[in-house]
Each structure stands twice: as structure tokens, then as C-alpha cells.
Design a protein around this ligand. Structure first.
Ligand SMILES: Nc1nc2c(ncn2[C@@H]2O[C@H](COP(=O)(O)OP(=O)(O)OP(=O)(O)O)[C@@H](O)[C@H]2O)c(=O)[nH]1
Ligand SMILES: [Zn+2]
Length: 219
């Protein structure tokens, strides 16, 4: 597995909790909650807020727990979800579309979210239907850029499924484009990664894009 897909060595393969509970202050959690709390307090002071006013008292702790939750994928290994494969005499395209995802852009730490569409051409083995969204969840729950996220999903599936081809198309709406900066709500960013037959064979690529197109007018 490439460096970018791996996770923190001491938690490799261990699923982290969905949320770090309020009591996760003993250092056992892979995310340093106390450090985030201190940093958030600093940010509040820096922007001219009073972190000791009633409404903000619990904010550093909430933000710490939120980061532990939304970046939990840093401490998870997505390939564990693809370990269980079963033999299936099916050599046609498998497509799953409209998988919702949410991630955080690594430039501004603001969310981007949307839908992913994934197809693969099996070579005798398939995975359970739910495993592909699980892989997307792990890789999304890290600071990301959409291009890298798209390619990581495609490369991991290609490698782990021994697939003849993998196609991933992602449509994302980026908060850093809507709530700040250029402020252009309504724009969708579309990325794709084609591997194996989908890259080499125009007809196969067209077939998958038309399948996805059936679900989404914007691709
Ligand atoms: N290609 C790509 N760009 C992204 C993604 N998420 C955010 N960005 C962009 O990353 C860029 C960062 O640009 P910078 O010039 O370094 O930062 P900035 O001054 O905050 O830029 P503005 O957003 O234009 O105000 C911006 O254009 C963002 O829209 C992503 O997933 N992929
Ligand atoms: Zn951004």
C-alpha cells in the first residue's frame, strides 16, 4: 500500500471509535484532544473573541471531538474492508453510484461533500456491496483534495480486488468556494480516475460514464 494510504502505525487495522467521547482525555485516543482544545482557545482569542463567555466555554472541547471524528480515517486502514472477498462467476461491470461522501479540504480545513460513483470489472472475485462506501468513508475522513481522494479510491480498489479495471467519478461542493474566498455557491467540482480497462478502452469508459450519467445530470 502506498504511503499516502497507510495510517498511524500503532493503530493500523484497528477501527477507531466513530466519535471520541467526552472522557477521551487520558491519552489513549490517537488524536490529541487536549492539544486541539488549547489551539481552539488560542484561535478564539486571536480573532478577538472571549473564550470564557458562556456560549464558548465548551467550544474547544466540541471542536476537539469534532476533529477526532472527521479525521478518524487517519488512524484507519481502508484495505481491511476489502479483505473478505468471495468468488463469483460474474465478469461484467459492477457499478455503484450516488455514494454520499464528506471530507475536509486540506487547504482551509473546510468541508467538501457530494457523491461518488464507482465501477469495477471483477476478475473472478467480488466484495460485499457495502465495502466500497466503507472504503470511501475511511479515505474521506482525512484532510484531502478531491483529486487525491478520487485516485486513492481507484488505486486501492484496483490493487485489492485484482480488478481488470476501476472507474471512480466524484462530484463535490467545496465550502471554501462558497462561504469564503471567491464565494460561488452552486458550482460542482468533478474529478475522475480511470484504471485498467476503463483507461485503455474507450467503449468501456463510455459505458460506465453513461451508467453514471443516468443518475446525475452533471457528469
Ligand atoms: N484542485 C483542488 N483545489 C482545491 C480543493 N479544495 C480546495 N481547493 C482550492 O485550493 C486553492 C487554494 O488556493 P490558495 O491561493 O493557496 O488559497 P487562497 O488564497 O485561500 O485561495 P482563494 O480560495 O482563491 O481565496 C483554492 O483555489 C481552493 O478553491 C481540491 O480538492 N482540489
Ligand atoms: Zn479549501
Amino acid at each position: 500500500m502506498s504511503e499516502s494510504l497507510s495510517c498511524h502505525p500503532h493503530t493500523l487495522g484497528e477501527p477507531a471509535d466513530d466519535r471520541a467521547g467526552p472522557g477521551a482525555t487520558d491519552g489513549s485516543h490517537p488524536v490529541d484532544l487536549d492539544r486541539i482544545r488549547r489551539a481552539v482557545r488560542e484561535i478564539l482569542l486571536a480573532v478577538g473573541e472571549d473564550p470564557d463567555r458562556e456560549g464558548l466555554l465548551e467550544t474547544p472541547d466540541r471542536v476537539a471531538r469534532m476533529y477526532a471524528e472527521v479525521f478518524r480515517g487517519l488512524h484507519q486502514d481502508p484495505s481491511t474492508h476489502l479483505a473478505k472477498r468471495f468468488t463469483q462467476k460474474y465478469d461484467e461491470m459492477v457499478t455503484i453510484r450516488d455514494i454520499t461522501f464528506s471530507s475536509f479540504c486540506e487547504h482551509h480545513l473546510l468541508p467538501f461533500s457530494g457523491k461518488a460513483h464507482v465501477a469495477y470489472l471483477p476478475s473472478g472475485k467480488v466484495v460485499g456491496l457495502s465495502k466500497i462506501p466503507r472504503v470511501i468513508d475511511v479515505l474521506s475522513r482525512r484532510p484531502q483534495v478531491q483529486e487525491r481522494l478520487t485516485e486513492q479510491i481507484a488505486d486501492l480498489l484496483m490493487e485489492q480486488l485484482d480488478a481488470l479495471g476501476v472507474a471512480v467519478v466524484m462530484e463535490g461542493v467545496h465550502s471554501c468556494m462558497t462561504v469564503r474566498g471567491v464565494q460561488k455557491p452552486g458550482s460542482t467540482y468533478i474529478t475522475s480516475a480511470m484504471r485498467g480497462s476503463f483507461r485503455e478502452n474507450v467503449a468501456t469508459r463510455m459505458e460506465v460514464l453513461s451508467l453514471i450519467h443516468g443518475a446525475s445530470r452533471s457528469v
